[in-house]
Design a protein around this ligand. Structure first.
Ligand code: IPE
Ligand code: IPE
Ligand code: MG
Length: 239
């Protein structure tokens, strides 16, 4: 299917799924059509991640900042999200995918919050792939929330020493490993408030491909390039 060196595959892939609107605009379609086709890309990438035995995938689907978009786009995006969860739950159960929401779940209508809880609950024991969906997510908010809960734990006497390991546990991603690879589609060279703490040493791969066109072959290309990167973590180059 694809010649990927499994030893050099990432453990955790994070993706900023960008460019749905531009994809639609190019075709004179309403923006929502880009989001609809983008869901197909999500399905393909999730299935491939599972097949490649990459254990963690984090997808940026909706940022805290995205709430300021036109009401109609936000409404349709939420509708699409609900449909996605209904439709994908059987696949998640079949493929051993554990679904997890990272972000401010309380920002969503109650019916959707109940759906998040249902899908998270029903997939909680799955072990093959953790699928984090970043929804109403803000990296800065996540760090601030971690500080607040950390202070509470200190007050309760649960924590004596604050270090990186203890701090990290208070983030949405908790005990999960940090992303090894960040993919951003549609060419923008920015983080847009995504996983700010976790991406300290993440390899960044940006492609001009719009998200609805990002399928298996593009994913393989990104993973292949990742395999060729030399990660140094501050050390000198090894010859
Ligand atoms: C990403 O595509 C999806 C969301 C942010 C929900 P965009 O909707 O940002 O598409 P562009 O950037 O306008 O092309
Ligand atoms: C980032 O995309 C958020 C998601 C992909 C969900 P945006 O389109 O919102 O990012 P900016 O506004 O171009 O930085
Ligand atoms: Mg965008």
């Amino acid at each position: 299917m694809h010649s990927l060196d499994h030893e050099k595959l990432p453990t955790h892939v994070a993706i900023i799924m960008d460019g749905n609107g531009r994809w639609a605009k190019l075709r004179n379609l309403p923006r929502i059509e880009g989001h609809i086709v983008g869901v197909e890309s999500v399905r393909e990438v999730v299935i491939m991640t599972r097949e490649l035995r990459i254990p963690y995938l984090t997808l940026y689907a909706f940022s805290k900042e995205n709430w300021v978009r036109p009401k109609d786009e936000v409404r349709k995006l939420l509708e699409l999200l609900g449909l996605y969860l209904d439709k994908e739950l059987p696949l998640m159960l079949e493929k051993g995918v554990r679904f997890n929401v990272i972000g401010e779940r309380r920002d969503f209508p109650e019916a959707l919050q109940a759906k998040f809880a249902e899908v998270m609950g029903r997939t909680a024991k799955n072990k093959d792939l953790v699928l984090n969906l970043a929804l109403s997510y803000s990296g800065r908010k996540e760090i601030l929330n971690a500080v607040v809960t950390l202070i509470e734990d200190v007050k309760k006497g649960l924590i004596k020493k604050i270090d990186e390991r203890v701090f990290k546990k208070h983030l949405y991603t908790g005990a999960m490993p940090d992303p090894d690879l960040l993919i951003r589609t549609s060419g923008e060279m920015r983080l847009s408030n995504f996983l700010l703490w976790q991406m300290a040493y993440t390899e960044i791969y940006v492609t001009d491909t719009f998200w609805p066109d990002f399928r298996g072959d593009q994913y393989v290309a990104a993973l292949r390039e990742f395999g060729q990167r030399e990660r140094r973590f501050g050390r000198v180059k090894e010859d």
